[in-house]
Design a protein around this ligand. Structure first.
Ligand SMILES: *Cc1c(COP(=O)(O)O)cnc(C)c1O
Length: 336
């Protein structure tokens, strides 16, 4: 199968499986797992923070971040399209009693900071207390500019807000911005990163922040059932993902660009290839045949997400030859 539904579908490499099999482990709830401790120390240093916490998922890392920054009755500002608003089961509201205040995202994925300023609640007992701005980079495959992220930092300092980054794909953003990841993460009080997407780990994410912030997050992680025991088995793969994964993300971006150019040559597809910035490609079938195309491709052993638009995600298990197979199959679909 060629699976372009998401970059979460990557399988651990042989090297990862070997590292998992031989990982030194201990009980991480006691802080005794050397492989987890070493991953967390390495991640903190790599992303420029005091501390890091290994979490089960990106959803959990975002939940812990929002709950560590905000208490009951507080509020966080986020994009209307934010993963931690739309796709995380409303966890911050359900489990943290933290109210989201979504703001329409600009086409480039940013949040207009004047709109954010206008959404900050006055200091008046009628309102929730606005504590946090949460951004996402990449968002829908799009990269926030370094300049915008600097402005967001200044905005948060001016308004006594904390600034969180949902950086599930922050390494894709760093590759596209042609900078070290710390040029992005330095603007934030906390960052979540998925090891289990394009970086290739089977399971796991990281949350980064100050020592005191990570201590709060560790308590909350236990509370939501995320205290794992011999988690070094997973952290061993995570370490390889974090060290090696970023080095090859540019290949995924090149494959996405190549796919976009190929789709743009088909009159039946609607796509602006200039909008493909990283490893996610969006396109529409002009005749609204997305479901039929999906079913046809599934029969050919190719999996895609057939929404409106259709989404194709490139990752380490999708080669250039696979992209050619996909393009051929789409052409056949339209000829048949
Ligand atoms: C995938 C993703 C998450 C959540 O990660 P899971 O590990 O699937 O829970 C959070 N934010 C963004 C932007 C994501 O793409």
């Amino acid at each position: 199968m060629i699976d372009l539904r998401s970059d979460t579908v990557t399988r651990p490499t042989r090297k990862m499986r070997e590292a998992m099999a031989t990982a030194e482990v201990g009980d991480d709830v006691y802080g005794d797992d050397p492989t987890v401790n070493s991953l967390q120390a390495y991640a903190a240093e790599r992303l420029g923070f005091e501390s890091a916490l290994f979490t089960t998922t990106g959803t959990q890392a975002n939940l812990l971040a929002i709950m560590s920054h905000c208490g009951r009755g507080d509020e966080y500002l986020c994009g209307q399209a934010a993963h931690n608003y739309r796709y995380e089961g409303g966890g911050a509201a359900v489990l943290g009693s933290v109210q989201p205040q979504p703001i329409e995202n600009n086409p480039d994925g940013s949040i207009n900071l004047d709109k954010a300023r206008a959404a900050i609640k006055p200091d008046d007992f009628h309102y929730a207390m606005t504590r946090l701005l949460s951004l996402e980079n990449t968002i829908g495959g799009k990269v926030l500019s370094l300049d915008y992220q600097h402005q967001a930092r200044v905005f948060c300092d001016e308004n006594q807000l904390q600034l969180h980054l949902d950086g599930a794909r922050v390494f894709n953003a760093a590759v596209k911005s042609n900078c070290d990841v710390t040029e992005i993460t330095k603007h934030y009080d906390s960052v979540s990163v998925c090891l289990s997407k394009g970086l290739g780990a089977p399971v796991g994410s990281l949350l980064l922040g100050s020592k005191a912030f990570i201590e709060r997050a560790t308590r909350l992680r236990k509370m939501v059932g995320g205290g794992m025991r011999q988690a070094g088995i997973l952290a061993a793969a995570g370490r390889i993902a974090l060290e090696q994964g970023p080095l090859r993300l540019h290949e995924d971006h090149e494959n996405a660009e190549y796919l976009s150019a190929g789709l743009a040559e088909m009159s039946q597809m609607e796509i602006d290839p200039a909008k493909t910035q990283t490893n996610i490609v969006y396109a529409r079938c002009r005749a609204g045949q997305a479901m039929a195309l999906r079913d046809y491709l599934t029969d050919q052993g190719i999996l895609i997400t057939a929404g409106d638009p259709i989404r194709f995600v490139t990752h380490l298990d999708v080669s250039r030859a696979n992209v050619d197979q996909l393009l051929d199959a789409i052409r056949q679909f339209y000829q048949s």
